[in-house]
Design a protein around this ligand. Structure first.
Ligand code: AMP
Length: 194
């Protein structure tokens, strides 16, 4: 059983790392952003509700997000564990996740926090914006998004740090090397029974 969370700023390669790490452990990577986007694309009731918030860059309300995760973690494919990407993002979501897990007599094994310096992130995102022919991703806007990310996640990381389950992984460099570092950090945490 491997129950993990991955956190990382925009541009840190979090989604890609989530896929590789999850594959290594044979668990699903569960991205709340992807699930919401699928609902929006399928025009479901949840999608209609979520898009009101997503369109303006706001958080979908906690009760909606928590209910969705509760349902997702009830699926049979999480038997070997899961890797959450994009959740929890608020302290009330932490409480909800704790409730879901303790109700199932489960607990989290580790929280992988990808760390990448702001200058590196701004460079990467500007490069990506250029490659995709976008002109709206300017350095000040990107810096603002990074600032918001830090405001938003600081409390979440702090809560998990208190429990001693945060694994900081340097997210600069080659994709393969970062994946390998994350996997070995997780394996040693699992070995210690953290
Ligand atoms: P992401 O792809 O993770 O950036 O998520 C895209 C959008 O989905 C966000 O801007 C939010 O509107 C919504 N979203 C994703 N995850 C959450 C979450 N944990 N809590 C609230 N809203 C979320």
């Amino acid at each position: 059983m491997t129950r993990l969370i991955i956190m990382g700023p925009p541009g840190s390669g979090k989604g890609t790392q989530a896929e590789y790490i999850a594959r290594h452990f044979g668990i699903p990577a569960i991205s709340t952003g992807d699930i919401f986007r699928a609902h929006v694309g399928g025009n479901t009731a949840l999608g209609v509700e979520a898009s009101k918030f997503m369109d303006s860059g706001e958080f979908v309300p906690d009760h909606v997000t928590n209910a969705m995760i509760r349902q997702r973690l009830g699926n049979t494919d999480v038997g070997a564990g899961f890797l959450l990407d994009g959740y929890p993002r608020t302290t009330s979501q932490i409480d909800a996740l704790d409730g879901i897990l303790s109700g199932n007599q489960q607990q989290l094994d580790a929280v992988v926090a990808l760390t990448v310096g702001d200058d590196e992130l701004v460079d990467r995102m500007l490069r990506r914006a250029q490659e995709q022919g976008r002109s709206d991703d300017t350095a000040p806007v990107i810096r603002r998004r990074l600032e918001l990310y830090r405001d938003e996640t600081q409390a979440v990381v702090a809560r998990y740090s208190e429990r001693g389950i945060v694994l900081a992984v340097d997210g600069a460099g080659q994709r393969e090397n970062i994946t390998a570092k994350a996997i070995s950090a997780i394996e040693s945490a699992l070995g210690k029974g953290l």
